[in-house]
Write a protein that binds this ligand. Sequence first.
Ligand code: HEC
Ligand code: HEC
Ligand code: HEC
Ligand code: HEC
Length: 459
Amino acid sequence: MSEEEKDDVQSIQPVGPLKTPEPEKKTGNSKLVWALTGVIIVLAAVLIGVLLFVKNQPQPTRGVIPIKEIADMDPNSANWGVNFPNQYSTLLKTETNNARTTYGGSDPYSKLEQDPRLVQLFAGYGFSKDYNEERGHLKSLEDVRATKRVNDTTPGTCYSCKSANNPGLWKKMGMAEYDKTPFMELGRQITEPIGCANCHDARTMKLVVTNPALDEALKAQGKDWRTFTRQEMRTVVCANCHVEYYFQGEGKYLTFPWAKGTKIEDIVAYYEEANFKDWEHPDSKTPMLKAQHPEYEFYTADSTHYKAGVACADCHMPYVRDGAAKFSSHDVHSPLLNPETACGACHTNTGYVVERVKIIQDSVRATMDATEDALIAAIAAIQKASATSGVDDQLLNEARSLHRQAQMMWDFIAAENSMGFHNPEEALRILAKATDLARQAQLKAIQAAGTTEVLQGSQ
Ligand code: HEC
Ligand code: HEC
Ligand code: HEC
Ligand code: HEC
């Protein structure tokens, strides 16, 4: 918990226990009655005075006294904005931010142009055609509608983390029906980008889990978010969207693969058991898995900050001041664009920690380059082996299985949006393992073909 927040909490603490009065001396009964009546009259007068005073006070700028009644799950953030102008105006900034950082920021550059190996790694899948850097919350709707990955067969499920209409629609239709509805058809009922209703209860303004898939995934682990502390909710609310997920079965039912746990090994084991694939790689014929944006799983895998009790909102929604008002900035973006505010609440030497971010991200990127080379070599070897006469199919399938796991592990770090910063040790551990698995896949392909000729032309 940040210092700012601590004094915020203290300011609403009760004033402390009342003093115990001295024991009353025995005097006449009527005297006591008169004295008590006097006290009551004085107290009543004081109370009326206080009530009049309170009634004539101006509305506070913070707090949840409504000026405008907000309907339950109101998708229109502008309505909420009447009561909370600071939160609303900062949310609006996510529309126009487009600053870029070395590995992040909000400039929607093409990840495929930046790193052409991705085209080979995602061959046969939408991500090989269109894969851009993500941007601010208010861009969510525009961006999902513009991506070339969406077509006539896309299920409505793809809107699940894009719109403030969702909580209301999930309540009205149920999530199963929502997910079954084709993207284009469901789109007619979707008018708003991400907004207040995705994170807050309109009546209490408390942070809430709005996505039924998150509620179900937590339940599957025996957890109930309603029992979580406020600080925990400042991380869990982001898990409504910033997670790994897949579409289960014919109805494309939104599911988080957490039943065995949220570490990458647990997630891979889950998909192995479910025998799930996102697509088949056309060169190696491997049944592949695509990671989405597992910020929550990666961060909570025992990272230094998570273990120290730091929440996503501490870095991405720090407290800011506007005159007398102190509030959480809803202009959620890369903390490298405002490190004094984002890191400065806890770290005195901001320059030093920003430099650490650079060192961490550069080493993760370099390690990831080696993993990508190993994956591409594995794909080439498997492809060549499968074209060799007399190839051992059993060994070839083992090679594919290794490729599948290696690429999912790599993607867990590649698709996560912090270039390793959220959990540096975990990033390097996973990438090392992915590289090893990819090289094992390559070796298996050699064994399957019975010749090192399958290595020709690759590294
Ligand atoms: C200790 C501070 C800190 C915490 C806690 C934290 N982040 Fe981050 N986050 C960062 C930094 C630093 C980056 C890297 C930004 C960059 O490269 O420009 C980042 C990057 C991101 C990005 C990509 C931003 C971009 O500009 O592309 C997303 C999305 C994100 N974090 C979400 C989360 C979520 C969700 C959580 C909680 C599960 C979380 N973060 C926790 C500091 C933090
Ligand atoms: C309702 C779903 C949803 C919730 C809840 C949500 N996000 Fe996001 N977030 C997204 C989507 C979708 C994008 C990408 C939008 C785009 O690229 O158009 C995004 C983008 C971001 C970015 C990148 C912004 C940029 O400028 O590049 C950061 C950082 C981020 N989210 C952090 C958080 C944090 C921290 C939380 C929790 C306090 C959170 N998000 C909660 C869906 C969500
Ligand atoms: C992506 C999730 C998300 C969205 C969208 C969002 N909020 Fe918040 N909001 C938060 C988080 C996280 C906090 C910090 C809560 C805490 O510390 O308990 C917060 C805090 C608040 C608070 C408490 C005071 C403060 O500033 O800390 C108010 C009021 C509030 N938000 C209003 C809004 C309004 C109005 C909107 C829409 C215009 C909105 N929020 C959209 C996540 C969100
Ligand atoms: C809410 C408080 C808080 C915020 C905000 C915060 N940190 Fe930290 N940070 C910590 C704590 C606590 C530690 C652990 C320090 C320790 O145990 O010595 C830490 C450790 C670190 C470390 C050392 C990590 C390690 O593994 O040794 C780095 C680097 C760092 N923070 C960078 C950042 C950056 C960059 C930001 C802003 C984007 C940031 N922090 C924001 C509390 C915070």
